[in-house]
Each structure stands twice: as C-alpha cells, then as structure tokens.
Design a binder for this molecule. Sequence first.
Ligand code: PMP
Length: 470
Amino acid sequence: RLRNLSVPLFLQSLGTPVAVTGFVRSPVSLSYPRGVAAWPRTPPLATTPANAEGESGLFADVDSAFNGEDTVSPLVASISPSKTIEVHALTQEMKARGERVVSLCVGEPDFKPPPAVISATATAAQEGATKYTGVTGSLDLRQAICDDLSRRKNLAYTPGDIVVANGAKQAVYEGVLAVVRPGDEVVIPAPYWPSYPEIVKLAGGTPVIVETTVEEGFLLTAEKLRGVLTDRTRMLIFCNPSNPTGAVHSKQQCEELAAVLSEEGGKGDGVWVMADEIYERITYDTPHAAFASLPGMYERTMTVNGFSKSHAMTGYRLGYIAGPPVIVKAIATIQGQLTSCASSISQAAGLAALRVRDDEMQHSFDVMREKRDFVLKCLSKTPGVKTAVPQGAFYVLPDVSAHFGKEAPDGTVIGGATDLCRYLLRAHRVALVTGESFGFPRGIRISYAASLEEINEALGQFEECLSSLK
Ligand code: PMP
C-alpha cells in the first residue's frame, strides 16, 4: 500500500508529532524536529512580507494580514503573506496617474537570457521534455553542474551530490531545514538578504545577527565570527558576493573565517556553512573563492547557486545545492515531499545555460561594472552618503544616516531610511529600498540592474533630494 508522506512531513514541520503506521515509515531520519511538539502557540516570529524576488517590503513596517492566531496554525500566523508593499503600491498609483517614476529596486538582471537558453526552452517544450524528472534533477544537468563547479571553482562533486531545486531560494530553505533544529542558532551577517532570517525562523531556528558596517566594507571578520559562535551554533549563512551590499570576501578573508570554524566549530555539533554563491559570476576586482574549496570546509559546506542572476533566468525558477552525501540525501527527501523536481523545461534550459561560453556571458558582466562605476561616481557627488565599493552583484548600500533628523523643504522630517524612501518617491519620483529590510536601518539599497539613463535620472534626483534636506 502506497501512502503519500507529504502530509506527515508537513505536519512534522509544523511541530505536530506524527505517528506513521502501516507499511511506510517516515523517511525523515534527520535529527529535526527535536522537541518540536513544544513549539509555542504564538512563536516569537516577526516576519516581513516578501516580493517576488523574495525580498521583504521596501518598507519594513507593514502589518501582518494574519491576526487570527487561533484559527490558523502558529506557523502561518507568524508569517505575513506576500502583498503589495507600500512603495510598490505608491509607485503603481503614481504610474497610473501618468507620472514618471524611476525604480532602482529590482533584484534581477536587466539583460536577457542567452539566445541558446531561449531556443533550448522552446525545443524542450516541443520535443517532449515535459515530464517529471527525478527529484534531484536530470542526470545531464547535474553532471553539467559538476563539470562547471570543477572547471570554474575547483570543486569535486558527483551528480549524486547535487539537488536541483525550484530556484536558489528553495535550495537555501531545504538546506536549512535539513540541519537546523528548533532552538539552534544560525549566524547571519548583516546587512542580509531578507529571506535568511525568515527561513531560519520557519525551520524553528534562532537567527543570530552579526552586524558589519560600511566602514568595514560590510565584510565579516574572523574576530566578529568568533564572538558569536556558541555551542548552539548550527550554521553560518554566508552570502558571497552579497545581496544587498555587493561585498565580496577575498579568498584570504574566507580562509580566516574557515579557520575560525575549524577551531571553534567543534564546540557543539559542528557548524554548517550555507554558502549562497548565486552572484559568484558577477564580480569585479576581487575574484570569488568558493567556500567549499577552502581547507576543511568541503565536508561542512552546502554550496547554493542558480541561474537567476548569472543567466538572467529569474522566471525559470532554477537553482541547486551541492554538499556532502548525508545532507544531499536529506534535502532530496525534503524536496521529494514538497515539490518533487524542478521544471523539466527549465532544467533543459539550465543545461543550455551551462554550455554558453564564459566569454559570451562576460559582456553582460562588463556592462554591470560600467554601471557600478557610474553609480559610485554619482554617489561621490552626493552629500552625506558613505559608500563601500561593491565588488560584486549589482547592488550598492550607502549609509545615509547623516541625513536622519533633517527636514525637507515641504516640512517632512526624515526620521530614518524608510522616511527617506517615502519622501524620495513622493517628491522626487525615485523608488529605492529601505535598508530596514536588510537589517541595515542606516542605509538604502540601490540596484543598478537598470539602464544608464534610469540610473542617471534616479541618482540625479537622489542628489537633489539629499542636498535639499536641512
Ligand atoms: N540568494 C540571494 C542572495 C538572492 O539575492 C536571491 C534572489 N533575490 C536568491 C538567493 C534566490 O534566487 P532564485 O531566484 O534562484 O530563487
């Protein structure tokens, strides 16, 4: 008798003890969910809504639509639905009134996927690649991922060490679910991608935020890392290059962090590293070092990557995770009960993407560098902003706190980054994301995945806006 195990797994993930009887035993032999039956009725979670890029609201203070904690499960009650967020709604309203708004908010590349990807997509659909693949992805794609990781990152994986997921976000989530037990601490350097703390909380873990500053170039130092490790630390989430700062840790800086993990990692159950390397192809002067390639790190690292940023394939929802067999097996078990496989058509397109020569891709990244340089030039002329030079991705996160407490010409008081974003949109028709979404209330995030004209116009207005504050 076959039995669908999705429901038991889902119930378990909500903290409901599940007794599985009959022919099938629970396939989940992970050490979670230890003690989940004691999950509080109203968990102390404070999540913020996400947009399609998985990033919390442009404004962090949107109310949760769920108040009926007695009706819905504690897990649902603890998270906010994705809903139109304030600045987005305002932007739409303004556009509907025929006003021009320039937005530097998006977290996706402004270039197109390579032509080979588009034609592989059509061919896959026409020629019958329309069925489920195995849960972990097609063998062809997993082999191509291994070849790519070996060639470019000097990492030795076999197809059995890879799970292809519906986007890198899902890969991160499954990796966290596979090892984080309720109460475990997960170290997240700030400023962070907003989904990390939410994912950790959904897994029942406790995010431990370690702050970095613009003066430090938003780099996590060995000393800071050592300072937050405890015997409850289960994981470090390490986004390199970083969204939202564009910071890239050099090989040496990564090695210093790795040394701390090797020394201190023995404290509790050992510290896993979730290496989110989705921006690794978009780097400027500091070359990217794969964390799993560092001494002693292969066994404890889960490498996440995908096709959204490198190949502008955000809508394909294709990413992957590579790691030690025990973890990959656990992740495959989780994915098998959640979504099965990633889209077969997207997988065929992903295979084509990995066959595109590096030099064909390079042009898009060179254009990004030009845009980065242009943004830095504009910001250097803008009063009261402190900026670290981004070495990767397509974001810059200036510290604008020098303007907090000032007054705009119309009498608006700029109390913080969120107020500044609101005012910028209302008075200067420029949409940017408040740093509060990223655990950095001193700043605002600018995405330069836009045309040079848009960047020029937006940053011209930004300068005018900040110069007008008294
Ligand atoms: N990690 C980071 C740091 C990101 O910025 C994003 C996309 N915003 C993702 C993961 C998720 O990427 P995907 O589209 O592959 O789910």
